[in-house]
Design a protein around this ligand. Sequence first.
Ligand SMILES: Cc1cc2nc3c(=O)[nH]c(=O)nc-3n(C[C@H](O)[C@H](O)[C@H](O)COP(=O)(O)O)c2cc1C
Length: 353
Amino acid sequence: MNQLLFSECHINKHLIKNRIVFPPVVCFNYSDETGIASVRNVMHYRQIAAGGPGIVITEATAVWKDGRLAPFQLGIWSDEHIPGMRKIANAVKAEGALSILQIHHAGLLTSDKVSDVAKAPSADPGNPRSMALGIEEIEEIREAFIAAAARAKMAGFHGVELHGAHGYLLNQFASSLFNKREDKYGRGLNEKLKLATDIIHGIRKQCGNDFIIGYRLGANSPTLDDGIEIAKKLEKAGVDLLHVSHGGSLQNLPRTPKGYEFNWIVFSGTVIKTHVKIPVIVVNEIKTPERAEWLIENNHADFVALGRPQLADPEWVNHVMNNEEIVRCMSCKPKCRWYEDSGLCPARKKRDG
Ligand SMILES: Cc1cc2nc3c(=O)[nH]c(=O)nc-3n(C[C@H](O)[C@H](O)[C@H](O)COP(=O)(O)O)c2cc1C
């Protein structure tokens, strides 16, 4: 049981000890408005990595101060962020996991607490704060993503994940739902992906072939057929690892086959995997070791990410490996309490007494 979940594999030259990923999960109140990683951030990632996942993807980290999704978001927009990030990367690596930093710009979803305007590929008629980016501004954001990746490398991370899902900036560029431009950053899919592909090429040039470039993709951007085409183009652009999540919209959700035991996000990841050769992480409500093993065993995924289960029990992976009891996530409604304050997670409270 769970043999394949604990099998090793490679991404580029990097050996990963198992197929379980800790996906990016923001811890808003751990840092302050500087975005510099605190001792609490470092302790959190050390604990998560010590729990056994093969890959730890650090939370959405802002490449642009005025593009943050919240005032207390971690940042990587300046060299001042490097020492704190180095402590996180070292803690994750010391525990034997691959360390990846998720880099992010919120675009239309920029918080009004960090900027009066929300810059995006196109203005959103329903959002008076929104403004379309000019060409020079897009080029500045491209450089900010590349510089952020270079800082992540300096800090010792094995790679970065571009946040191209959940309706944030790169997702907005990729999707015709948000991108109405008629210039070289709009029109067809190649143009819509120009910012992402320019960033990928820039990171590769600056950070070299061993540096992992991951991409978190919104599968319904806006349809799964678009998601498949986006994944193929990202592979061609040189991405090493795809992580399939949602596109920040409840429109055009793909139908899962009758009797299918996972949700449409997992389903989309498994479909996208059949169209690319690079490794694919699938995610969302996988929840149990049996379900995780099934996805790997049937070659529906190269990696499985379990977020809330590892928040509820940071020893989740070790417990599964040793056949020990797991503290289960209680699936709080209307949404995970971790968004508000990690101290409110009832499962974690139960575990820690
Ligand atoms: C509290 C919280 C914070 C999250 N923060 C991020 C984030 O920073 N970046 C991101 O791409 N996804 C984020 N997510 C989404 C998770 O990475 C993951 O996709 C989601 O929790 C579904 O997986 P799960 O059912 O295994 O928890 C967050 C989810 C939660 C619950």
